[in-house]
Structure formats: structure tokens, C-alpha cells
Design a protein around this ligand. Structure first.
Ligand code: MN3
Length: 204
């Protein structure tokens, strides 16, 4: 059973970095539609009985584009909401902070590389920090593809992601994707990132 979960904050709580109107449309229209279409697309197939969406992602190359886009859209947004917080935590913590510093030289250097990946994603998609057998990596995916999907050259376990579809920022930032990415750093829930990093390290 795949569920559509509540937002962990009110629509306007991420202001001024992400405005309430954008959050409302993003969650109620975009995310809800991905979820509804995903559920519709797997209805009547054996995928309905899956309780781990990663099993679906691992065979996505054999499934329809409708399932690929909507399963990804559903999961990516669920992850994104949990990863954001109004608390303005500012800095990574714990073992994920250490791994980021070790891999990228410094937090600032990581932010810069992550921003470049997010800026260079042509059209719609996501940039991700993922954990792999080789350690942390920054990747980007097109459309609603997800780091677990078997279609990707480099797969990994998502630790952090940013939605760079225009629907995520256009009302406030118009074409200024770079400004939206800069503002995003005020919203990252580093407790969540640390939790994901520790889980991913256990799996590896
Ligand atoms: Mn989105």
C-alpha cells in the first residue's frame, strides 16, 4: 500500500525561501497528481502488492513510462518534503557532515558542486547527493527519474535532493533557478540527511 503523506509543515512555513502559494500548488496539484497516476497505473498489476517502491525502481526499465514518471514523481516529492524544515539548521551534522567535508573538501565546496549539478540539469529534473559503494557522489536526473532506478548509469541511495522543475520555484523566482538553489540551503533538514546517510551506510 502506497500512501500519500501529510506535509510535515504548513504551506507558508518555508517563507521567505519558498512561498506558500508555490508549496500549496506543488503539494496539492503536482505531488497529488503523481501519486494518483502512480496508483492508477499499477492498479490490477502485481506491483500493487509491493510494499517497497525500490523493488519497482529496480525494474523500471521494463515498465511503462507512465509508471516511471509517476512512481518517481511520487517518491521524489515525499522525500523532498521530509528533507525540508523551517528550522533554518544551516549546517550538516554528525557523520554525514564528516563525509561531505572529506569527499568535497568543505561544505562550501560541496554546496557549489551541488548547485552546478542543479543548474546544469537541462529542462526539468533533480540534483542529488547519493551514497554509493564508492562513497558520496553528486548526480542529477531528468524528469522524475530517481537515483534507485535501474535506467541510470550511476545509481545510489539518496541522501539529499533538490527539485529543479520550474513548478518548484517559478511563482517566486521566475527564471532565477540559481537564487532558488541558494535559498534552498536555509531549508535543509540536516537531521534527516544524517538519518538517511546512516541508513545508507548500513546498507553498503
Ligand atoms: Mn516538483
Amino acid at each position: 500500500m502506497f500512501t500519500f503523506e501529510k506535509l510535515p509543515f504548513a504551506y507558508d512555513q518555508l517563507e521567505p525561501y519558498i512561498d506558500g502559494a508555490t508549496m500549496k500548488v506543488h503539494y496539492e496539484k503536482h505531488h497529488q497528481t503523481y501519486y494518483d497516476n502512480f496508483v492508477k497505473a499499477i492498479a490490477g498489476t502485481s506491483l500493487v502488492d509491493e510494499d517497497d517502491i525500490k523493488v519497482i525502481f529496480a525494474q523500471i526499465s521494463n515498465l511503462s513510462p507512465v509508471i516511471r514518471n509517476n512512481a518517481g514523481g511520487y517518491w521524489n516529492h515525499s522525500f523532498f518534503w521530509q528533507e525540508l524544515t523551517p528550522q533554518e539548521q544551516k549546517l550538516p551534522i554528525g557523520q554525514s557532515a564528516e563525509a561531505i567535508n572529506k569527499t568535497f573538501g568543505s561544505f562550501d565546496s560541496f554546496k557549489e558542486q551541488f548547485k552546478q549539478a542543479a543548474l546544469q540539469r537541462f529542462g526539468s529534473g533533480w540534483a542529488w547527493l547519493v551514497n554509493t559503494q564508492q562513497g558520496l557522489l553528486i548526480i542529477s536526473t531528468q524528469n522524475q527519474d530517481n537515483p534507485f532506478m535501474d535506467v541510470l548509469e550511476i545509481q545510489g541511495i539518496p541522501i539529499l535532493g533538490i527539485d529543479v522543475w520550474e513548478h518548484a520555484y517559478y511563482l517566486k523566482y521566475q527564471n532565477r533557478r540559481a537564487d532558488y538553489i541558494d535559498a534552498f540551503w536555509n531549508l535543509v533538514n540536516w537531521d534527516f540527511v544524517e538519518k538517511k546517510y546512516l541508513q545508507a551506510s548500513t546498507i553498503n
